[in-house]
Ligand binder design. Structure first.
Ligand code: AHR
Length: 554
């Protein structure tokens, strides 16, 4: 039996649920109108500011992500900005991307950043970490990294889209000195060091001021196969006295896979062996969670347990959402473990890989490794996940959807001169409005969904979401996971009235709907303004949908 951990080791309510009581001052406002569901937003119960960085992205040098997806080269017939795919840049600007993680993933712990700087024609070709999973027909650049897209190109990409760079350093095969030097290359002042001069020769005398640095990736597996204690020792060494020109470097420790509480426990225990002040070197600990097991409890095998991205039934739909919904328990669980060592919670969670992972076979570009076709199901999954992050703003400071383009839960698909925005991309565009808002506690009351899980009764919640406030503008995002039940809902804001409102909904009559290079607009959000009469807004959330309500409060 293969498990994801083995695979990688080898190298390859707060909101929701409860009913309003008669004691709630709100209860009187909900005189029955036939609605079966209610949502109550509580502006007097702020949860904290929603960090824009939880809307981050992940780009690994893996198959078609970089070469073909992001990088087409300056001489390409594909419109580009100094080699970077222009349509990708144009689309990304629309979603306000705050931060992008690069170069991996597992790739990061095999990458020598020095290979990717200097004149392009002098850069070496190296065997890509993922080379051995590529098909014979795969482009050479997917197997043997030409290093044409390195630090300068990545930072240029980030600048073009208005995002900050988040670089993942190599702990498995490079030294701590290499890490220091990478920081020096990126951040030393103009004219100060030989590396700053090399950066200037590449077009940027001014420092890149990269703030976020990952210290290894999945160090329990492909990133070195460490025990948490061994990794903590390495972490301390790699993060001690790193050149910090602006005094604001933020180090992100490689964290647990899913519910591996022992990793979080062991890491912090060992870190603190050198004293409590060691916590100051940790900005965040990375949590990874992929929803992959659609076997309905039949197996834990990493290959056999996976489902299909396109061929699925309603039970598979709910099973995927259940797997993704585990995210909330993972956040709470690791936070609890962290509290034991860091009661003030100076260290936050960085969920820098999340999304569904299906078996191969649905690639938009046949042969692209670890690429899958995102459908409406993945859009609903993504809305649900972003809502979970929004509901825990005090815990989750950053996140990155895996991965941006031509990969798992991709926002975009591209091949040569073809491009499309996936349903997941549209979710990011709808949810961008939450960035930097004040998260608000919100109560969702709706009948749950019941379904038959291979002869056993199973259920899933009926409506959930998240709310945030920017001055008088309230954003409420809501997921209706039921494949065939619309939810007539009364929406109220305690202590406030709604002046005007609009609804943007992403849904489709076919739960398998998706966008392709030939049919680019099958799944697109639709916006309409709503009639508002008084304090209660009546809205019907369509089946299998994600909706954003934008409300102007008086
Ligand atoms: O996103 C694909 C891979 O999944 C990453 O390289 C690794 O970090 C994770 O296991």
């Amino acid at each position: 039996m293969i498990q994801r951990r083995d695979f990688l080791r080898k190298g390859l309510i707060g909101a929701g649920g409860f009913l309003l009581t008669r004691h709630s001052p709100w209860a009187a406002a909900f005189d029955s109108t036939g609605s079966d569901s209610r949502i109550e937003v509580l502006p007097a119960e702020p949860l904290g500011t929603i960090s824009p960085n939880i809307y981050g992205h992940f780009t690994e040098n893996l198959s078609g992500v970089v070469y073909d997806g992001m990088w087409v080269g300056e001489n390409s017939k594909v419109p580009n900005i100094k080699g970077i795919r222009k349509e990708l840049v144009d689309e990304m600007r629309k979603i306000k991307p705050p931060v992008v993680r690069f170069p991996g993933g597992c790739f990061a712990d095999s990458y020598d950043w020095k290979d990717g700087i200097g004149p392009a024609d002098k850069r070496p070709r190296r065997t890509n970490f993922w080379a051995f999973g590529e098909t014979a027909a795969a482009p050479a650049s997917h197997k043997y990294d030409p290093n044409l897209f390195g630090t300068d190109e990545f930072v240029r990409f980030c600048k073009l889209i208005g995002a900050e760079a988040y670089l993942a350093a190599n702990v498995r095969t490079l030294s701590a000195q290499d890490f220091d030097r990478w920081v020096e290359y990126c951040n030393s002042p103009a004219g100060s060091t030989t590396l700053a001069d090399m950066r200037a020769a590449a077009g940027s005398p001014e420092p890149y001021n990269v703030r976020y640095w990952g210290v290894g990736n999945e160090s329990w597996g492909c990133g070195g196969n460490f025990t948490p204690q061994q990794y903590a020792v390495e972490y301390r060494r790699y993060t001690t006295w790193v050149p910090d020109y602006k005094g604001d470097l933020a180090f992100i420790a490689s964290g647990p896979d899913g519910d591996r509480w022992s990793w979080t426990h062991g890491f912090f225990e060992e870190i603190l062996r050198k004293g409590k002040e060691q916590l100051r070197s940790i900005y965040g600990i990375a949590l990874h969670h992929y929803a992959w097991n659609l076997s309905r409890g039949a197996t834990q095998d990493w290959e056999k347990g996976k489902g299909d991205a396109l061929k699925f039934d309603p039970v598979d739909w709910y099973e995927l959402l259940r797997e993704g919904d585990r995210m909330e328990g993972l956040i709470n669980g690791h936070w609890q473990v962290m509290a034991e060592f860091d009661p003030e919670h100076s260290v936050k969670l960085v969920v820098d890989e999340w999304g569904p992972w299906y078996r191969p076979g649905s690639e938009a570009t046949p042969g692209d490794q670890i690429e899958q076709m995102p459908t409406l199901r993945d859009a609903v999954f993504s809305g649900m996940t972003l809502d979970i992050f929004n509901r825990h703003p005090e815990k989750v400071t950053m996140a990155a959807c895996a991965q941006l383009i031509n990969c798992l839960n991709s926002l975009y698909l591209a091949h040569e001169d073809r491009f499309c925005v996936t349903p997941v991309g549209h979710i990011f565009s709808m949810y961008a409005a939450h960035q930097g808002g004040q998260g608000l506690r919100t109560i969702f009351s709706a009948p749950g969904v019941s379904y038959d899980r291979d002869g056993k009764a199973a259920s899933f919640w009926g409506l959930r979401g998240s709310a945030s406030l920017h001055d008088k503008e309230l954003v409420l995002t809501v997921v209706n996971p039921a494949v065939n039940a619309p939810r007539e809902t009364e929406v109220g804001i305690r202590g406030a009235s709604v002046q005007s409102a609009s609804a943007t909904a992403l849904t489709h009559s076919d739960i398998h709907a998706h966008n392709t290079f030939d049919q680019r607009t099958v799944v697109t959000p639709q916006t309409r303004s709503l009639d508002v009469k008084g304090r209660i807004l009546n809205y019907t959330f369509p089946p299998a949908s994600v909706t954003k309500l934008a409300l102007r409060l008086t």
